[in-house]
Design a protein around this ligand. Structure first.
Ligand code: IDP
Ligand code: MG
Length: 157
């Protein structure tokens, strides 16, 4: 049985305003990760403060909470072997000014405060963040893709 990971990814309000939802979802699909959860929602202040709890007290915290609650976000859960690291690599460096071309932030953003996408940074944050945005029965893991054996040697289903 392959070691599957789940990671939480969100298109931030700037991504929705700029019409980048399809482009961003497409990058994870093409990479080969499997979509197991997806919803459009308005993040509440309380959700934002919990989600970004590790940054409480930092100078950018209030602006970050205001920004992430300023419009709808698209919340997603992606699954796959090493999904957390793969999603982070696909997203690129936090500051788009130093994000590599080819990454989402390196191709689609210019500023740290408007970096269009969020991705969990480790197994604990992934599990915590997924729990803020989804209940377990909203996630659909048990579907297989006919192309799975072309994406991974470790086909589990
Ligand atoms: P990450 O999103 O790449 O994991 P974190 O360090 O966890 O980066 O920061 C969370 C989010 O907070 C960033 O994506 C960015 O939107 C925002 N942020 C981080 N540092 C700054 C800053 O110095 N100024 C403005 N916003 C920041
Ligand atoms: Mg982070």
């Amino acid at each position: 049985m392959a070691e599957m990971e789940r990671t939480f990814v969100a298109v931030k309000p700037d991504g929705l305003q700029r019409g980048l939802v399809g482009e961003i979802v497409s990058r994870f699909e093409k990479r080969g990760l499997k979509l197991v959860g997806l919803r459009l929602l308005q993040v509440t202040r309380q959700m934002a403060e919990t989600h970004y709890g590790e940054h409480k007290g930092k100078p950018f915290f209030d602006g970050l909470v205001k920004f992430i609650t300023s419009g709808p976000v698209v919340a997603m859960v992606w699954e796959g072997k090493d999904a957390i690291a793969i999603a982070r690599a696909t997203i690129g460096a936090t500051n788009p000014a130093s994000a590599a071309p080819g990454t989402i932030r390196g191709d689609l953003a210019i500023e740290i405060g408007r970096n269009v996408v969020h991705g969990s940074d480790g197994p604990e944050s992934a599990s915590r963040e997924i729990g803020i945005f989804f209940s377990e029965n909203e996630l659909i893991s048990g579907w297989s893709r006919n192309l799975d054996s072309w994406l991974t040697e470790l086909v589990t289903k």
